[in-house]
Design a binder for this molecule. Structure first.
Ligand code: SF4
Length: 363
């Protein structure tokens, strides 16, 4: 059956609110039609540049304007990244996702270093993903040429609720970046977070935005908010496992080919809860004891869980062939020194402003 790209919020809400057993059965059936249910892709997330971010994302401890205990660091070196990638590979990861706390990519030495990191990891026969903020078409092309396998750029939430979470970057620019990535052969990874105070309608709205992209993202991370002290969302109640299972199952049904990833918030979930998410169609996880800055289960614990559930880690390039890495001296694309004007909506978000004020009093 051809993939449906015209999902409406009402249709998605109807799926999300089905009796749970019916929802699970439907999602598991679709999952089996499109994927091997015993294979789960394992990615390692590496924060190559931590903290000091100029944005005001209400969930994020890396935003410089909030007071968190986060220790920041400048961009890692290519050798440091290579060593971490080798460790991740030995532990069973097929993909390394490198995250930098930037608003957008800037042409220059640091981006050149990131391109070298991409070439290095691709040559280790691992899938390489980056999450570096907003991106122009030329920058996306340069990453593709270096051998990037995936680019992550989350929509975070529905377009409506986005205005309650972030005021420094616009939803349309997120879509524009995804579109720039789509002009290359790099796959798209885009998802969001639940538990930020949004309604079920907003969750459905986010899934509308993702599922109506054509093609749909190859990978969709579903995060449960990990509230961090000092951030505007520090007091948010954790989401229940049922909400997580519903979200995963609904994502699976509306995006049958996509790899649905259980991302942040896994430490708060029991093994039984995670098993239910795998049954509902999750077929990817982040491994490693940290997810950028928040805690994550240890890789050994994950491998024990895989053993108990009879799951196998997916091999690298099983879904799509390995891209070629073109060395810097043979590049067809230049550093254009672009300075694009990404939008800055600048509306007031009360809880973000309050968290910012608190920082000033603490300073
Ligand atoms: S989510 Fe990304 S863009 Fe937003 S504050 Fe954190 S690091 Fe910056």
């Amino acid at each position: 059956m051809a993939t449906k790209h015209d999902w409406t919020k009402e249709e998605i809400l109807e799926i999300y609110n089905k009796p749970l057993m019916e929802l699970l059965y439907e999602a598991a059936t679709i999952h089996r039609q499109h994927h091997d249910p015993n294979t789960v892709q394992v990615s390692t997330l590496l924060s190559i540049k931590t903290g000091g971010c100029p944005e005001d994302c209400g969930y994020c401890p890396q935003a410089a304007r909030y007071h968190t205990d986060l220790e920041g660091n400048d961009l890692m070196s290519v050798n440091q990244v290579k060593a971490q990638a080798l460790r991740a590979k030995a532990a069973g990861s097929s993909r390394v996702c490198m995250g930098a706390a930037w608003r957008n990519v800037k042409d220059g030495d640091e981006f050149d270093d990131v391109l070298e990191m991409v070439r290095t990891i691709n040559k280790l026969e691992m899938e390489v993903c980056c999450t570096l903020g907003m991106l122009t078409e030329n920058q996306a092309q340069r990453l593709a040429e270096a051998g990037l396998y995936a680019y992550n750029h989350n929509l975070d939430t529905s377009e409506d609720y986005y205005k309650e979470v972030i005021s420094t970057r616009g939803f349309d620019d997120r879509l524009k970046t995804i579109d720039n990535v789509r002009k290359t052969n790099v796959t798209v990874c885009s998802g969001g977070i639940i538990g930020m105070g949004e309604s079920a309608e907003d969750r459905a709205g986010m899934l509308v935005a993702l599922s109506t992209l054509n093609p749909q993202p190859e990978s969709v991370p579903i995060n449960a908010l990990v509230p961090v002290e000092g951030t505007p969302m520090e007091e948010q109640e954790p989401v229940s496992i049922w909400e997580m299972v519903r979200m995963v199952a609904t994502a699976r049904i509306v995006m049958p080919e996509t790899q649905v990833r259980l991302s942040a918030g896994r430490t708060q979930m029991s093994r039984e809860g995670q098993a239910m998410c795998f049954f509902a169609g999750a077929n990817s996880i982040f491994a490693g004891d940290k997810l950028l800055t928040t805690p994550n289960p240890d890789i050994n614990e994950d491998m024990e869980m895989f053993k108990a559930l009879g799951l196998n880690p997916q091999k690298a390039f099983e879904k799509k062939e390995q891209p070629k890495s073109i060395d810097a001296e043979h590049s067809q694309f230049q550093n254009l020194g672009e300075k694009p004007k990404w939008s800055r909506p600048g509306h007031k978000i009360e809880r973000n402003l309050q968290a910012q004020e608190k920082r000033k009093t603490k300073a």
